[in-house]
Design a protein around this ligand. Structure first.
Ligand SMILES: [Zn+2]
Length: 268
């Protein structure tokens, strides 16, 4: 028998089951006259203990992989080798395994608090965004109402309400306005008059009024009537103080009564 590695002479052990090269110390197993390399190589001091050589420890010369029982070799999952490193990313601590902890801070906060703070900011951002969008929507709706009902005359809720009242006036009861109302009445055949006071600016278009007193204007009211007709048994117009009533193409039947600095035009 010769060493498979160097061709050197081998010496036998283990009742001829094991061989060792005398030149390079390679170890072999002998089986049916064939040498196969033994795993592990020559243990230190092997040759110095010939007595022990002939009595190999159980398992010596086993096929490659000896000493590694299938399964269970190595670290069992969990708990092996003592406490696992404690990593708490949220708290910003990383156990480095030797008693040292790595602490991480973001903007002076632990990552957990940083994330929370970030989330709070995002939520606040969403809320603010929603409110802003809500205001924009409300504003757009308001503008839409304003444009459709006011034709650009007023912007306050009171004005909008007055405009709605004017739009729904059926002429069966006296329509009144005052304050800073800016109102337009159109296409109504009325059996009751209109009464304007304060600083009301009232526009009547294609309105026909048949009533004891058709138009009453006082204070600083200004009434402009275009087309239509006025038929009154008592007074077509009663104007007082600084009121001003202008008729444009309106058929006025009835007496005009003025007082103070009131002015009435177009009634003749
Ligand atoms: Zn050899």
């Amino acid at each position: 028998m010769q060493c498979l590695n160097c061709g050197g002479q081998v010496e036998w052990a283990g009742g001829g089951q094991q061989a060792r090269c005398t030149r390079c110390s390679s170890l072999f197993n002998q089986h049916n006259g064939q040498l196969t390399p033994a795993a592990g190589g020559a243990p230190a001091g092997y040759g110095a203990q010939p007595a022990g050589y002939g009595a190999p420890a159980p398992g010596y010369g086993a096929p490659p992989g000896h000493g590694a029982p299938p399964g269970g070799y190595g670290a069992p999952p969990g708990g092996y080798g003592g406490p696992q490193p404690q990593h708490d990313v949220g708290a910003g601590t990383f156990d480095m395994g030797d008693g040292h902890q790595l602490r991480v801070k973001i903007n002076g906060m632990t990552p957990e608090n940083f994330v929370k703070n970030k989330a709070t900011s995002m939520v606040l951002g969403w809320i603010v965004g929603a409110v802003v969008i809500g205001l924009i929507v409300v504003g757009a709706v308001g503008v839409g109402l304003y444009v459709s009902t006011q034709s650009g005359n007023a912007t306050t809720p009171a004005a909008a309400a007055k405009a709605a009242e004017a739009a729904s006036w059926d002429g069966k009861s006296t329509f009144t306005c005052g304050g800073n109302d800016v109102v337009a009445l159109a296409g109504v055949t009325a059996t009751a008059g209109v009464k304007a006071g304060g600083n009301c600016q009232l526009t009547l278009t294609s309105v026909s009024i048949t009533a004891p007193v058709a138009i009453d204007a006082s204070a600083n009211a200004k009434i402009t009537m275009t087309g239509g007709s006025v038929t009154a048994s008592t007074n077509a117009v009663v104007a007082s103080a600084n009121a001003k009533v202008d008729f444009v193409g309106t058929a006025v039947n009835g007496k005009v009564k003025k007082s103070g600095n009131a002015k009435v035009t177009g009634a003749d």
